[in-house]
Design a protein around this ligand. Structure first.
Ligand code: ATP
Length: 444
């Protein structure tokens, strides 16, 4: 087994998403005619919610700082609003008098509204920062892996004009952060333990409403429905498509977008994912890379904050069929587990563990050959390939091909680090580095 970086460009003998019919029929047949499998190639980049943007920090403040005498949650205070933060120091007598408090607009605020002289902020903070009715924490406290909690901060201004002015400034700040205003949700009521609908209602909607994001929601009614939806959606109406599902629906959406006539524009639409499936590797990978714990609310908040990152797309050509993969390609053990455990879907994610055990005690071996172009530093893997390999759909004619001969127990090729919440299959994989990472088991 290796976790090294390798470009796999030709004849990886596995189909991509385990959800695709082709993949199912091939892996079920237990022997794969590798000559049918032609090409895996990186073609494009795709955007996703990007929790890592937090690590990079908000863009440089640029607007002027506004200063007002206000009341914050009822207490007299002097407040300042810069493009980065809303801060205040209470001025009256009282226990907290003189203490400075602040909200980072990028990372602590879900949304806001102006009502007359009042500016009401829906907060989503770690620790006890500024929850309604609770004393806010001093500057610099909080953080860590604690779950965020919702709260409200009401800032009463001296005039309606002042409240409007502050509202405009915050709106400008959110716009500069690329926060979405209109989202299209695709909810899979069937994925995972069939909890997608409930997750959308109870975990997603309250935060989306607090952020004042307009949304349209459509449930999937059958396999490949999400692909159809993405294939025909009027993308001009939305700032992004969010899947409330497992990874399978995300893959369907990418395939739907790339099958459109306007695919080159369509693929730039930001995609998001809320974990509601058996396998939630994409959400885990995104949150992990940003140092955020895996949680529903962190996934939703990353989308509200407009965090994005590029993602490589792998183009897979298999016979006359072409499809696209953003997560992983599997052949052998893992493909078998994924596909054959389908009948135990009622178990939720335990079905994978359960079926892994069944398959592991009765290992199969697959004959075939993997031809690949190694990434820099990995040229020593495999054997040189003498003849020139013709790849009609790639322009990389002079690549140095290498080969690995089977039989194999498992071939696992990843675009991202995680295959699911608990399975970090390719620790070095990056979302958009142009490489696929291979973990190959020949025998065990
Ligand atoms: N209403 C539906 N009825 C049956 N299948 C559906 C429905 N909606 C979507 N599907 C299919 O459900 C499959 C699983 O979707 P999803 O990835 O959301 O969940 P999952 O539990 O993580 O599944 P997976 O086993 O693929 O990891 C997809 O192949 C999708 O096409």
């Amino acid at each position: 087994s290796t976790g090294e970086k390798t470009i796999i460009t030709r004849r990886t003998t596995s189909p991509s998403s385990p959800k695709l019919a082709l993949a199912r029929s091939l892996a079920r047949s237990n022997h794969i005619d590798t000559s049918q499998l032609k090409l895996v190639r990186l073609v494009s980049s795709q955007s996703m919610a990007d929790p890592q943007a937090e690590a990079r920090g908000p863009p440089e403040p640029r607007a002027e700082t506004l200063v007002e005498l206000v009341r914050v949650n009822g207490s007299a205070a002097e407040a300042t609003l810069s493009s980065a933060e809303l801060a205040w120091r209470t001025t009256g007598a009282g226990r907290d008098s003189g203490g400075r408090r602040k909200l980072e607009l990028e990372s602590d605020v879900l949304g806001f509204q102006v009502e007359g002289r009042s500016l009401k902020l829906a907060t989503f903070t770690r620790g006890d920062v500024t929850g309604a009715g609770r004393p806010p924490s001093p500057v610099g406290c909080g953080g860590g892996a604690e779950d965020r909690k919702r709260g409200e901060v009401a800032v009463e201004m001296e005039s309606e004009e002042a409240a409007e002015r502050w509202g405009h400034a915050i709106r400008d700040r959110f716009a500069s952060l690329g926060r979405p205003k209109r989202l299209f949700f695709i909810v899979n009521p069937y994925g995972g333990k069939r909890g997608g609908r409930k997750i959308f209602q109870t975990e997603v909607l309250p935060l989306i409403d607090a952020a004042h994001i307009h949304y349209t929601m459509q449930e999937t009614n059958y396999r490949l429905h999400a692909q159809e939806i993405a294939g025909s959606l009027d993308l001009k109406k939305y700032d992004g498509i969010v899947c409330v599902s497992g990874d399978g629906i995300l893959v369907e959406v990418v395939n739907g977008l790339l099958q459109r006539d306007d695919w080159d524009k369509a693929i730039k639409v930001p995609l998001g994912i809320i974990p509601a499936g058996t396998g939630n590797g994409m959400v885990q990978g995104l949150l992990h890379s940003a140092g955020e714990p895996f949680s529903m609310s962190n996934a939703v908040f990353a989308i509200i904050r407009g965090h994005r990152r590029a993602l490589d797309v792998t183009s897979v050509v298999q016979g006359k069929t072409r499809f696209f993969s953003v997560m992983m390609l599997t052949w052998g053990l893992v493909a078998d587990i994924d596909i054959e455990s389908e009948k135990f879907r009622w178990m939720g994610s335990a079905r994978i563990d359960f079926y892994s055990l069944l398959r592991a005690v009765n290992l199969r071996r697959y004959n075939g050959r993997i031809l690949f172009v190694p990434a820099p530093g990995y040229e020593g893997f495999g054997d040189p390939v003498e003849q020139t390999i013709s790849c009609p759909s790639t322009d990389d004619a002079d690549l140095e091909w290498r080969s690995l001969k089977g039989p194999f127990v498992n071939v696992w090729i990843s675009n991202i680090a995680f295959a699911s919440e608990g399975v970090m299959i390719a620790p070095q994989a990056q979302f958009a580095d142009g490489y696929l990472d291979a973990a190959i088991i020949k025998d065990c």
